[in-house]
Structures are given as structure tokens and as C-alpha cells.
Design a protein around this ligand. Structure first.
Ligand SMILES: [Zn+2]
Length: 77
């Protein structure tokens, strides 16, 4: 009971511990990335911010170390 430590950590804390600096930035290739939101467009997506280039990208948990570009413009489909 008297475990002295954070009793409840939110998903952001948990994911940060697990995934910070784990995913390569798709923009500049740096691994200096950090979670900005534990959930992106879907629950399986995590949003990262690159500490080097400052860009944001989404990463699917099952994609291992590959990020994918969020603001890919090529909008014409
Ligand atoms: Zn970057």
C-alpha cells in the first residue's frame, strides 16, 4: 500500500517512457522524438514531435521504428 511512487500514470507518461527516442522522425531521420499525444487519429496512432526539426508525425504502434508523415500534401489523390 505504501508504495511510494506515482500510483497512476496516464497514458502519456506510460507511452513516453516506452517510446520517447524510439521512433525515427520521417522528416529528418532523427531519433530525438518525443510523444506529443498518446493518441492520434486512431487509438493505434501516437503523435510524436521531433525535437530536432520540430515537426509532428504520427506513428502506428505496429510500425516499429517507422514514422509516417502527417501533413503529406499530395492532396489530389
Ligand atoms: Zn525531425
Amino acid at each position: 500500500m505504501a508504495e511510494n511512487g506515482p500510483s497512476i500514470t496516464g497514458p502519456l507518461d506510460r507511452f513516453s517512457r516506452q517510446y520517447d527516442k524510439h521512433v525515427d522522425c520521417p522528416w529528418c531521420g532523427s531519433a530525438n522524438s518525443k510523444i506529443s499525444s498518446p493518441f492520434g487519429g486512431t487509438v493505434s496512432e501516437i503523435l510524436f514531435t521531433c525535437s530536432d526539426c520540430g515537426e509532428t508525425f504520427g506513428w502506428m504502434k505496429w510500425e516499429h521504428k517507422r514514422g509516417h508523415k502527417l501533413s503529406e500534401k499530395g492532396g489530389e489523390k
